[in-house]
Design a protein around this ligand. Structure first.
Ligand SMILES: [Zn+2]
Ligand SMILES: [Zn+2]
Length: 355
């Protein structure tokens, strides 16, 4: 009990619960001081190296995991010359293990052991164990099934396809020793490319016909958990992992492909955790999960299509920073739209979804 009180008083320092017991952080969704006018070069540089910042903690982790996955846990490039069943199984197994560990740890800590209860959890409810809208009538089983059967398979196919083109000499390869600056710059920029690509495909998949075919599957998760991150329709997985196709156009190193796909494959876990922050083991506040912007997207559908550094939603008028002012603006946009989609009614379109 003492522990519970400690945790909720910790939460009170960072946010507030409304009448329905939903948690709202005081900290608004924001963007780093990079894509702003007038430019602030010193603040931008400081942000690149600060914690949290461009690299730390999340981006550095995905970069390191991607590089380790290529250099230590991948077949040699020559082995991609012929696409064999063995090759597909090896790459699929490696990707599955990464997903199992990463998503599994978030789920174990936050949803199975419930180590911090609902402290910092946006929605006080736990995922639906009995709901007709999910496969097997269970949100977590549905999410895990879609992640491994469709998500990791399509991720694997993209990797094997692009690297097999490279192994057969159809694409231009670079070497970290011959072109070190290009190699370093590309590793540095992959995160930004992913942000941009995600925004574009996300806007596209909210186009009504595509939403009805595919994206409604992901949006069933109005109260997401880590496994909701990759719970998508196969059509959406195809679009989502197509970020790796950039390297068909540019000279690349195989590590770029693996890193880009690892970034796409793993980063949705914290972004869908449903918690603002982790509570560290000694009752101290741990990492900010950077999940509020995308949580608001799952809650309201038509805001925060981007999820990262590029202020694309601000530029295109769909930004919701979680404040009352932002909320009012969003409701105004909704009023202007006659109809808006709701996840549980994939084929019907009801009146604007306004809280
Ligand atoms: Zn999502
Ligand atoms: Zn969406």
């Amino acid at each position: 009990m003492k522990n519970e009180n400690q945790k909720s008083s910790m939460e009170n320092l960072y946010g507030i619960r409304d009448k329905r017991n939903h948690y709202h952080p005081y900290k608004k969704v924001g963007y780093p001081p990079v894509f702003i006018w007038p430019v602030k070069p010193l603040s931008a540089l400081a942000w690149i190296v600060s914690i949290p910042g461009y690299f730390m903690p999340w981006n550095l982790f995905y970069m390191a995991t991607g590089l380790i996955a290529w250099y230590l846990f991948s077949p040699q490039l020559e082995d991609y010359t012929y696409i064999t069943f063995n090759l597909l199984i090896i790459v699929y197994a490696r990707n599955s293990i990464l997903v199992m560990i990463y998503y599994g740890l978030f789920h174990l800590r936050l949803f199975l052991k419930k180590t911090q209860g609902i402290t910092f959890k946006f929605n006080p409810r736990w995922p639906d164990m009995k709901s007709k809208i999910f496969l097997f009538g269970n949100q977590t089983y549905d999410n895990i099934f879609l992640t491994f059967i469709s998500g990791v398979s399509i991720w694997t196919l993209f990797e094997v396809f692009i690297l097999s083109l490279a192994a057969n000499g159809y694409l231009n390869l670079v070497s970290p020793t011959v072109q070190p600056i290009y190699f370093g710059a590309m590793i540095f920029l992959i995160h930004l490319w992913r942000d941009f690509h995600f925004y574009v495909i996300h806007r596209l998949i909210h186009w009504l016909p595509l939403y009805k075919i595919a994206h409604y599957v992901h949006h069933k998760n109005t109260n997401p958990g880590p496994w909701s991150g990759l719970a998508m329709h196969p059509v959406e997985h195809l679009m989502y992992f197509s970020c790796a196709l950039l390297f068909i156009l540019l000279p690349f190193h195989p590590a770029f492909v693996v890193l880009t796909l690892v970034h796409a494959g793993l980063s949705p876990a914290p972004g869908h955790a449903g918690f603002e922050r982790l509570v560290a083991s000694k009752g101290k506040v741990g990492f900010d999960l950077d999940s509020y912007a995308h949580y608001l997207h799952h809650k309201y559908f038509e805001c925060n299509y981007a999820d990262g550094i590029l202020p694309l939603d601000r530029w295109f008028g769909t930004f919701n920073d979680g404040s009352k002012t932002s909320h009012k603006k969003m409701q105004e946009r909704f009023r202007k739209k006659r109809f808006i989609k709701r996840p549980e009614t994939k084929n019907t379109y009801s009146k604007p979804f306004i809280k």
